[in-house]
Write a protein that binds this ligand. Structure first.
Ligand code: PRP
Ligand code: URA
Length: 209
């Protein structure tokens, strides 16, 4: 299986990423940038969604058209993944949104699950896991484990910044899950933060740092 890691080099993404990383960016601007970057990254992540042909009547006649055939589920990982939902949902208003709550244990850096409202069985064809930060990769791998146990067949990870450790962990644990990102940074510091990264995404979004 070919592991897929897509890193956007689009000038708009890289311009907005620079502002997102900037320590002077306040929470309101941070949320706006995260929403915008998420939309640009999801453009790539949805490029292979299946469509079906439909006819549409314009004011001047009939045109051939297409509509999405697959049901999409957005799965934000709380808290920071919430910041990626709104923009993507505006693009795909029929998507279902299923929340998963994970928090890293500060000592072990392993994720602890504290919230899960998935229905009994999958109701969507494709799940997009949303979380801006892929640090050790523990949270992303756990979110995908949860979705696979639930029965999800097609899963994609949509993030913003990764450390190479996180990319390695995800591509080893879940080689079938493509990763869509805006940057892969140098590595992790001694407390598991991505360097240079952008700091704590949840704190920067919610002003709780
Ligand atoms: C952050 C981030 C990811 C996780 C990444 O969440 O949003 O979920 O860390 O780290 P990992 O790849 O090493 O697992 P955090 O646990 O800080 O929770 P929060 O979003 O509620 O602050
Ligand atoms: N979570 C964050 O929000 N930032 C990091 O750098 C690592 C984990």
């Amino acid at each position: 299986m070919t592991v897929q890691v897509h890193i956007s080099t689009h000038p708009l993404v890289q311009h907005k990423m620079t502002l997102l990383r900037d320590q002077r960016t306040d929470p309101k601007k941070f949320r706006e940038l995260l929403r915008e970057v998420a939309v640009l990254i999801v453009y790539d992540a949805t490029a292979d969604l299946a469509v079906e042909d439909v006819a549409v009547v314009t004011p001047l006649g009939q045109a051939a058209g297409q509509r999405l055939r697959e049901r999409v589920g957005l799965v934000p990982v709380l808290r920071a993944g919430l910041g990626m939902v709104e923009g993507i949902w505006n693009l795909m208003p029929n998507a279902e949104v299923w929340h998963i709550g994970l928090v890293r244990d500060e000592q072990t850096l392993e994720p602890i699950e504290y919230y899960n409202r998935l229905p009994i069985s999958p109701t969507v064809d494709v799940c997009l896991v949303l979380d801006p930060m892929l640090a050790t990769g523990g949270s992303a791998a756990a979110a995908v484990d949860i979705l696979k146990r639930w029965g999800a067949k097609r899963i994609k990870f949509v993030g913003v910044i990764a450390a190479s450790e996180g990319v390695r962990r995800m591509t080893t644990a879940h080689p079938d899950v493509p990763l869509y990102l805006a940057a892969v940074d140098e590595g992790l510091n001694e407390v598991g933060y991505i360097v240079p990264g952008l700091g704590d995404a949840g704190d920067r979004m919610f002003g709780t740092g």
